[in-house]
Structure formats: C-alpha cells, structure tokens
Design a protein around this ligand. Structure first.
Ligand SMILES: [Zn+2]
Length: 233
C-alpha cells in the first residue's frame, strides 16, 4: 500500500496528541517522521506544545534543520536532534525528544534503566546516557546546534533510546507506532522499576534473551487503540 505524505502527516499529528495524552511530553518535547518521498527530509511541527498541533502546523525540514520553503513560524531550538539522528541511523524513520519526569532519575544516577516486563523488552538492548559536559562543557543542556546533535546521535549508537542527563531522552524507531509505543513503555517501565526497587534490593529483570523474545511487534494494536481514543487530529 502506497503511503502518501498526507497519511504521514495525519499519523504525525496523532503521535503528537497521543504522546501528550500519555504525559510523555508536556508543553515541551517533539516528534518527527522521515519523509517517505525524500529520506533527506523530515516532517515536524513548528515550535508548539504537542497537544495543540494540527496538520497546518507541520513543516518540512532538511537534515541540517532548515525549513523547506518559506515559513515565518518559530522553530524548535532542539530540532538538530532529529536531523543528526536521521543522518546517523538510516534504519530510523521516527524520532521523539521528551523531558518525561520518570526517566530523569535514570540519567542522573548510577541506576540503569532495565526491562522489568515484556512490553518494555527492548530496554534489554541497553539505554545509554548522554553526558553533554563531555563534548560541550558547561551549557544550558539543550541540543542547540548540529555538533551537539551529532554527539547525542553518537551516544545513541544503534540503540532504541538514549537518556540525556539532566534533561530527558531521545527515542527512535522504524515507524511512528513503534517510536510512540517505545515512549509509552519506556516511561511505564521507569515507574514500575522504581516501585520494584523501593520494595526490594532483589529485583528480577528480563534477560537480554527474554527481552529479544518479548519484542514481538511494533505496538500496532496499541497504536490503533490510542488513535481511536483521541489521538486522531
Ligand atoms: Zn529538550
């Protein structure tokens, strides 16, 4: 089935709403999708709270973070995250940047995020932590330029997500449903893991093999549910 740019934009607007509904993003944070017509470009909204995004707010960007065509709209300061990840990861077609509170402790302590239930089995691949001081010294922690975006993409490597110390996370996937599902279950795993750790020092996590066996699909069933529950814009 041929997917058109308008389908991609509908899915992107739905992703914005769904991520807001799940409190993965609040006033801040953003989601993008690589253009199916031109892999050197991606779609993302103008600078706007994700919950408010409509199809009219979506802009097309090149991988350097420039808007294609003319636009007077304000742009996300941290749009370089998206272009640099798309450059480094040909397998990635959707990127989320978020400041989800449940994830912050795992970027700020020596406690790693580990998979505690099957739907978060992808965490078994490892979730690296980006330390911006290593490449940029003292900053406001924001990915304000391509060099910082490249350093973040390097820390991400071939993993499904990276935490950003004192800031948030970048989550990636081959499709919008996959990246949204990963965000929802990364957040849930972070909260459930903290609960388990408060109960006992002895928590049994999924092994890498169990993680791999658990990652069965791309959260398509969840995506259809979330879209119907109000994600559709
Ligand atoms: Zn940010």
């Amino acid at each position: 089935m041929q997917t058109t740019a308008s389908n991609q934009i509908e899915d992107l607007v739905a992703a914005d709403r769904i991520l807001a509904a799940h409190e993965i993003v609040d006033a801040y944070g953003h989601v993008s999708v690589r253009s199916e017509r031109n892999p050197q470009r991606y779609f993302m909204s103008r600078a706007l709270a994700p919950e408010l995004v409509t199809a009219e707010d979506i802009l097309e960007y090149d991988l350097a973070g420039n808007v294609v065509g003319s636009s007077a709209a304000g742009l996300f300061l941290e749009r370089f995250i998206h272009g640099e990840v798309y450059k480094a990861r040909p397998d990635v077609n959707a990127v989320v940047h978020c400041h989800t509170p449940s994830l912050i402790p795992y970027g700020a302590t020596d406690v790693p995020l580990r998979p505690i239930f099957g739907l978060a089995g992808f965490i078994a691949e490892g979730i690296p932590v980006f330390e911006i001081r290593k490449t940029a010294g003292m900053t406001d922690l924001l990915i304000r330029d391509p060099a910082r975006g490249r350093a973040l993409a390097q820390t991400l490597g071939d993993k499904p997500a990276a935490l950003m110390r004192g800031h948030g996370a970048v989550v990636v996937g081959a499709s919008i449903p996959l990246v949204v599902g990963r965000c929802v279950y990364l957040d849930l795993n972070a909260r459930v893991q903290a609960q388990a750790m408060s109960l006992s020092k002895h928590v049994t996590y999924l092994t890498p093999e169990e993680g791999k066996l658990s990652v069965a699909d791309d959260y398509r069933r969840a995506w259809e549910l979330w879209r119907r529950k109000g994600g559709a814009g």
